[in-house]
Structure formats: C-alpha cells, structure tokens
Design a protein around this ligand. Structure first.
Ligand SMILES: [Zn+2]
Length: 172
C-alpha cells in the first residue's frame, strides 16, 4: 500500500493550511537505491504561505534518520535528514521558466494536484550529497568484495614489505 497525499497547492496556500505526518522510508520507491536498509521513517510538515512579495510558497520541513549505502564499500552509513526549505509556486510555465533562472529559488509548477509524498521524496534525494560515502579510511573493507582501493594508497603503500614483494616479483 503506498501513501498518497494530494493537494491543490494554491488552495493550500490560500487556506494557509499546515499538514504534518510520518512516512516510512520504505514508501519512497526512488529513494530505495540510496538506502542500505529502509527501516524507520521521516517526519514532515508542509505549510502554505505567502512570502514578503505575496508569492505563494510551500514550506517543507522533513527530518529523520536513514541508513544510506556507502558508494565506496556499500556498507551502511548513518545519515540525518534535516530539511527546511520553501518552494515557490509558479502559476504558469512562463513563471516557472523565469523563476528557474534564479538559482537561489526553488520553484515548482503549481499544478492542480501535487502529490506531497513525491515532493518530500524529491527533496530528500536532492538533499543527499552527490557522493555518499564514509569519510576517508572509515570504510569497512572486509564488508564488501566491491571495495575499490584508493589509488593514492596503492602509489604509497604503508607496508614496506608490499613494495619488497612487488620488486621481487618483477625481478623474476
Ligand atoms: Zn564506506
């Protein structure tokens, strides 16, 4: 069973509605690729308001804990989701294009029906860093056969005997 929560965003703003809830991580289909395991859930709050320029906006607050998949060792990597963003609602395609030129503004087209769950998933994916991985030297190398050794470590082996055995192999 998948969660669906559809709003008319402009109507939502007009009524200055606030909606909050909890969504299991397992419900986000596109997010699964980034997860090591999908236990747990996120808490969200969506509110509609007019900004100082009288432009309609949706404020999204999303928090939770997720176990991401490290791209280097494929092990689990604890990550805190903590998003607080506000999306400008463009009423027309033209408004969307104009607002989109300003990189500091997050803008979406205010279609009559917006699935807030999709929007939340989108924001979570956008918030993840491009390279999700443990910090240097923190990967569990024994956990995965896909471990990709750091090229700097091969060039500079810490173990002098490794160099020695490499030299010995060459001489034969
Ligand atoms: Zn790792």
């Amino acid at each position: 069973m998948s969660v669906r929560f559809v709003i008319d965003p402009l109507d939502f703003v007009r009524k200055t509605e606030v909606h909050h809830g909890r969504i299991p991580l397992a419900e986000f289909s596109r997010l699964q690729d980034f997860l090591y395991e999908n236990h747990g859930d996120v808490v969200y709050q969506v509110s509609g308001f007019l900004d100082q320029d009288d432009k309609p906006r949706l404020r999204m607050k999303i928090t939770g804990e997720a176990q991401l998949c490290c791209q280097r060792c494929l092990g689990g990597l604890a990550h805190s989701i903590d998003i607080d963003t506000s999306l400008l609602l463009a009423k027309t395609e033209r408004e969307l294009i104009l607002a989109d030129e300003d990189n500091s503004v997050d803008v979406i087209l205010a279609t009559a029906e917006i699935n807030v769950v999709d929007l939340i998933e989108e924001e979570i994916i956008l918030s993840l860093s491009i390279s999700i991985r443990h910090s240097e030297g923190k990967c569990d190398v024994h956990q995965s056969k896909y471990y990709d050794p750091d090229p700097a470590e091969i060039a500079n082996p810490k173990n002098p005997f490794a160099v020695l055995s490499a030299l010995k192999k060459k001489s034969h």
